[in-house]
Design a protein around this ligand. Structure first.
Ligand code: GLN
Length: 531
């Protein structure tokens, strides 16, 4: 079957949840056994997300194939439960470098190289290449940013052109505010947004309305009129508790039927088993249960998007363990002194990934507190490295032990830069990235969690446990429960006397509602038992 296209645009403001809409649409088509794949356009000129600040841009997501991509890919994977590839991420950086390389090679000899047609043609080429190689029934393309941004203008123009030759359905995501004073939903911003889209030559087939309350009949009619669509094509996306409910909420409005009609997809019988399974899990996430308190001690806790996969992985594991996770975000610098009372109510403590020295003493204090008070602990990448530092200092008596990331001249560098990283001159895309296999030792918490001796998780780091200290650490009771198959790199460490586990990987990046990350499940199990 020839690939068809759905293009998701935002016409008013960003942050409305285009990623959730894109993931939901892929999921819905999946319920009908259609192969739908997401594609993301990002206008920034970074080649990939790896060089961006998580505090500004949100978490850097990593795929199996080593690509560092936008956090929306996490959202997509959590919905559709498929391991995606980096070619689905098309950034301004990738695009411009491709066109300029072609220009230097002489591919456009004699021509003025321009945004239209050269850049737009390149976008169309990339899209066609994805269609040819992945052979999806539908590509669901999310255009990052908002209509009117200079950065994404050429992507939008390319999508207008795509519709000249291919079957394309346009979906606009907008916002409908309610003013307290008048107590009425206001549609003018949505109207203006749609108009700006139409000025670019794009007629939306659907307008999805984000709002705090269900979109009222009057507002719907107005938006439909100004958008030149029937009112059943104005779709409600009001706050619904869990984002995982969105596919079901959309289907309740016949969005699935209309979409398939528009795409001229043969109506297939819905896969009841898949649908029921999903509904069951959504119920589980949203039904009230015993609550547990998980302290997350990190440096970017002000911007929740910096740890979005960690948060979702905890939600997945909580649902499976029949508990509701209360998130206790703690900025690690607040724990640098002696006052650790912020940790008092914690049933579990987690230190996520991170870079640089700021805030690390607070994280180390939190880890020591967890170990001494037998509070279940989970350390992710940085959180594992600091678990080793804490153990070296306080259980092996290696005074001021640290990581060479913080102090190159320190005496006991129990965490050291990896050999392969030492002489790298450039920064982009060259950490130890993507999926790597590890071997687990039987009889450990790690094995208990994974129930397998061979596992694969995603990575993103430059430092590792310094093998010169491995025997001292082990002699003093730290368990090395996972290593790379050749035993060169420590992958997982754990405590003997209580549940505390650190992993060099980022298991949160592979956690999905339908398949929670094993280490998170085990961590939450122990935290729930303590609560
Ligand atoms: N900064 C550490 C390293 O580079 C940890 C990285 C991380 O947590 N992703 O190894």
């Amino acid at each position: 079957m020839q690939t068809k296209y759905i293009v998701i645009l935002g016409s008013l403001l960003s942050g409305l949840g285009k990623g959730g809409v894109t993931g939901s649409i892929c999921k819905i088509l999946g319920f009908y056994n259609y192969k739908a794949l997401p594609v993301k356009f990002d206008g920034y000129l970074n080649y990939d997300c790896g060089t961006m600040n998580p505090y500004r841009h949100g978490e850097v997501f990593v795929l199996d194939d080593k690509s560092e991509v936008d956090m929306d890919f996490g959202m997509y994977e959590r919905f559709i439960n498929i391991d995606l590839k980096g070619n689905l991420s098309i950034t301004g950086g990738k695009l411009f470098s491709k066109v300029i390389a072609k220009e230097r090679r002489g591919d456009y000899l004699g021509e003025d190289v321009q945004i239209i047609p050269h850049l737009t043609n390149e976008i169309l080429n990339m899209i066609k290449n994805i269609s040819n190689s992945e052979k999806p029934d539908v590509l669901v393309i999310e255009v990052g940013g908002t209509v009117g941004d200079i950065e994404n203008s050429y992507f939008i123009e390319a999508m207008r052109q795509l519709a000249l030759t291919e079957k394309v359905v346009f979906v606009d995501l907008t916002y409908v505010p309610k003013l307290d004073v008048v107590g009425e939903q206001k549609t003018k911003p949505a109207q203006i947004g749609v108009r700006s889209l139409m000025q670019l030559g794009i007629q939306p087939d659907f307008v999805i309305c984000r709002s705090n309350e269900v979109i009222g009949k009057k507002a719907k009619e107005k938006i439909a009129l100004f958008s030149s669509i029937s009112k059943d094509r104005v779709i409600d996306d009001s706050d619904k508790g869990t984002v995982y409910n969105l596919p079901l909420h959309f289907m309740g409005q016949r969005f699935d039927k209309l979409l398939m009609e528009d795409l001229q997809l043969r109506t297939r019988k819905i896969n009841r088993k898949k649908l029921n399974e999903w509904s069951r899990m959504v119920d589980r996430v949203s039904s009230p249960r015993k609550r547990i308190n998980i302290a997350i001690v990190g440096k970017y806790t002000d911007l929740k998007d910096s740890y979005v996969s960690v948060k979702e992985a905890l939600i997945h594991a909580g649902a499976q363990n029949n508990v509701m996770v209360d998130f206790n975000w703690i900025e690690s610098t607040a724990l640098e002194g002696h006052d650790l009372h912020a940790l008092e109510n914690a049933d579990g403590i987690l230190v996520p990934g991170g870079f640089g020295v700021r805030g690390t003493e607070g994280m180390i204090n939190a880890i020591r507190y967890a170990r001494e008070n037998k509070v279940p602990y989970l350390g992710l990448c940085f959180g594992m490295q600091l678990m080793v530092v804490e153990y070296a200092r306080n259980a092996c008596m290696l005074k001021n032990a640290t990581s060479s990331e913080f102090d190159k001249k320190a005496r006991y560098k129990v965490i050291e830069i990896m050999e392969s990283q030492r002489d790298l001159k450039e920064k982009g895309g060259n950490m130890r990235l993507g999926a790597w296999t590890a071997r687990l030792r039987k009889g450990t918490h790690a094995y208990e969690a994974y129930k397998s001796t061979t596992i694969s998780e995603r990575h993103r780091h430059r430092y590792e446990v310094n093998n010169r200290y491995r025997s001292i650490l082990e002699k003093n009771g730290l368990v090395v429960s996972g290593t790379t198959p050749n035993n060169h790199i420590v992958e997982i460490t754990e405590w003997k006397d209580s549940f505390g586990i650190g992993t060099q990987a980022h298991p949160e990046l592979k956690s999905r509602l339908e398949r929670p990350a094993p280490l998170f499940l085990e961590f939450i199990k122990h935290a729930a038992a303590r609560a």
